[in-house]
Design a protein around this ligand. Structure first.
Ligand SMILES: Nc1ncnc2c1ncn2[C@@H]1O[C@H](COP(=O)(O)OP(=O)(O)OP(=O)(O)O)[C@@H](O)[C@H]1O
Length: 256
């Protein structure tokens, strides 16, 4: 579905991404993991074309993404980045409506079926009570759910998420992952997310891509990654794997 072949990115001669080669298949969920500064968000921005890649480096269904018109590519890939603007005067419902803007008529109206889709997302994310609140009055976690809801409403085949659970508590983080999984299964979405919470990553992603220093150091099915020696090395032995009822969990190792 999306293929990256030999992508490099430098800023002032400093290598940020080096020889990235990854294939993302339709209908799978991918987690991009790795320590701070590894290049995860920069990679996502290249896939979104917010940082324009050089020619012949990233392909969407066989077509070089640099050959897409902006609007055309926006129908294929939607994204939620961490730095969403909240200092605007829109209500939650208005923000969600923006997710359906490609379907609006000349007068900016949406169809009954779009309204129903918005109500369904509000319910699924447990934010129906926030429907008429201004986005600027929401907590960080509530706002994060709204922006993810807007991206889901775009119903693009590919969804890119930069740390979708960073502002959410454990309960809401798990619920968000379940919601993404449900939508992914119902709509056959391909999801590519940057995620720091390794346990959520292991249980929500089909495959993990481990970045370090701008390079892919491991690519594997998420469960096999839990036992990978390289994972411990990259996180400098600050984690260990424990088993409970046949499942692996990552716990931090503290030396004090
Ligand atoms: N425009 C830029 N100018 C200089 N350095 C940059 C620029 N963009 C990214 N970098 C550097 O590239 C590296 C990778 O940044 P990136 O944001 O992709 O990392 P990340 O893996 O997403 O990190 P985090 O987990 O902390 O969010 C960092 O060292 C960052 O400082």
């Amino acid at each position: 579905m999306i293929k990256i072949q030999g992508l490099n990115y430098h800023v002032n001669d400093k290598p940020i991404l080096e020889d990235i080669c990854i294939s993302f298949e339709k209908g799978k969920t991918y987690g991009i993991i790795g320590p701070n500064g590894a290049g995860k968000s920069t990679l996502l921005k290249h896939i979104m074309s917010l940082i324009k890649p050089p020619k012949h480096k990233i392909y969407y269904e066989g077509k070089d993404i640099t050959d897409f018109k902006v609007k055309e590519y926006a129908k294929k890939v939607s994204f939620v980045f961490q730095e969403n603007v909240r200092e605007v005067d829109f209500s939650v419902h208005e923000i969600l409506m923006m997710g359906r803007y490609t379907r609006m008529d000349l007068w900016g109206n949406i169809a009954q079926s779009d309204e129903e889709a918005i109500e369904a997302i509000l319910e699924e994310l447990h934010i129906t009570a926030l429907r008429n609140r201004k986005i600027s009055t929401l907590s960080g976690g509530e706002a994060q759910k709204v922006f993810i809801g807007r991206a889901l409403l775009q119903e693009t085949p590919v969804l890119l998420l930069d740390e979708p659970t960073s502002m959410l508590d454990m309960h809401n983080g798990i619920e968000m992952m379940e919601c993404i999984k449900g939508l992914k299964e119902r709509h056959g979405l391909t999801v590519i997310m940057v995620i720091h919470d390794l346990n959520l990553a292991f249980y929500s992603c089909d495959e993990l891509i481990l970045l370090e220093g701008g390079k892919v150091v491991a690519k594997d099915a998420s469960q096999s990654m839990t036992t990978s020696e390289i994972l411990r090395e990259v996180y400098q032995n600050k984690l260990k794997v424990i088993q409970e009822k046949g499942k692996n969990y990552i716990v931090p190792v503290m030396n004090y």
